[in-house]
Design a protein around this ligand. Structure first.
Ligand SMILES: Cc1ncc(COP(=O)(O)O)c(C=O)c1O
Length: 360
């Protein structure tokens, strides 16, 4: 099988030793060995999320935890506000509606960040009577990064009853997200993006405030019920059969991530984002996101030169690489280059050189 290296915003490339880690024989999930594995993974995730709170580990993708956040954190008689500046923020709104909650939407043009003043105005209009807000930290559809730390600080100081739920699916492990310092109530992510793991696991750091809220919420379901998950996690285990092979992969990959160091890992992502942005601007392309709000993990390039994107990607594939078209309405108008996970400076330089060959 020819390997086409992925520079798409997930799934990302997975190292060989991590792929190999999944091939170990199975074990019983009610064994001491499995408890040790769950405990080990959770311990390392706490370092990655920079939290002293629990980190739930689910056999699901990130969308499952978008749903879990809503099911656990929002009461029937209180609204939630979904701030929508891209496709995945829009998905969280659909998830909220699907859970039968009172979902208010605040739209922000795609390509722009959600700003604290926008959040302030929306919450003030409800007199703070709002159970939670949802914000996507890194909108993968547009390459925009919203200042969730500032947003959370504002909500904490002015609207103490409102929980702050953050989707960091395409940024955690590639960007600086100190969950406790920012006092995020839920910060969720998927395995297949900047963590550079196979798809199939989702992780969420969850605050005590969120667990306290869950006690007042009916209809939490069971698979994603935080109170059930907590009961098992304190014993280093899971209510349902965990994805053992993926946990083995996660345990080893978290060692790689922590050995690199979070500072160094974020610095590398920042450097790769800079290389990509410079490449685009120097060749006469635009960038969808304004300078202060550009993602560290995915760059959304405006196709201002009107190049044939399909032709570019065909050329890249012949050279063993691939990037992504724009998302939804942005298809054709933009294309996206991901620089997340374990991508090196050399990988990036090679990709950009092959794109130059096409432009030439
Ligand atoms: C920002 C963001 N949120 C949510 C999702 C959905 O995650 P998953 O596909 O893991 O369910 C994605 C997927 O690309 C995403 O980029």
């Amino acid at each position: 099988m020819t390997h086409v290296k992925l520079f798409i915003p997930g799934p990302s490339e997975v190292r060989d030793d991590i792929l190999q880690a999944q091939t170990a024989p199975m074990m019983g999930h009610r064994s001491a060995e499995c408890d040790a594995l769950v405990g080990s993974v959770e311990g390392k995730l706490k370092q990655l999320f920079m939290t002293g709170n629990r980190v739930f580990i689910l056999a699901s993708s990130g969308s499952g935890l978008q749903e879990a956040a809503i099911r656990n954190g929002v009461r029937a008689d209180r609204p939630v506000i979904n701030f929508i500046n891209g496709a995945f923020a829009q998905r969280w709104h659909e998830v909220t509606l699907g859970c039968g909650k009172q979902a208010l939407r605040v739209d922000v043009p795609w390509g722009e960040p959600v700003l604290p003043e926008t959040v302030d105005a929306a919450l003030a209009a409800l007199d703070g009577r709002c159970d939670a807000i949802t914000v996507v930290h890194n909108e993968t559809s547009t390459g925009v990064r919203s200042p969730v730390g500032e947003i959370a600080a504002l909500v904490r100081s002015k609207y103490p009853d409102t929980l702050v739920f953050v989707d960091a699916v395409s940024s955690l492990a590639g960007d600086w997200i100190p969950v406790d310092e920012w006092q995020l109530d839920i910060c969720l992510t998927s395995s297949q993006k900047a963590l550079a793991l196979p798809p199939g696991l989702a992780f969420a750091a969850v605050s005590d405030r969120t667990l306290a809220r869950a006690k007042d919420v009916t209809g939490r379901g069971w698979y994603f019920d935080f109170l059930v998950l907590e009961k098992y996690l304190v014993k280093n285990t899971t209510p349902a059969t965990p994805a053992i092979s993926l946990l083995r992969a996660a345990d080893r990959q978290l060692d790689h991530i922590l050995a690199e160091g979070l500072d160094a890992r974020v610095a590398r992502h920042r450097r790769l984002a800079g290389m990509t942005q410079t490449w685009a601007l120097e060749r006469g392309f635009g960038l969808l996101a304004a300078e202060d709000f550009r993602s560290l993990t995915v760059t959304c390039v405006e196709n201002s030169r009107g190049i044939d994107f399909a032709g570019l990607n065909r050329h890249l594939k012949q050279r063993g690489m691939t990037i992504s078209n724009g998302y939804g309405d942005l298809k054709g108008k933009t294309f996206r280059i991901a620089h997340m996970g374990d991508v090196t400076d050399a990988d990036m330089a090679e990709l950009l050189a092959v794109m130059d060959e096409f432009l030439a």
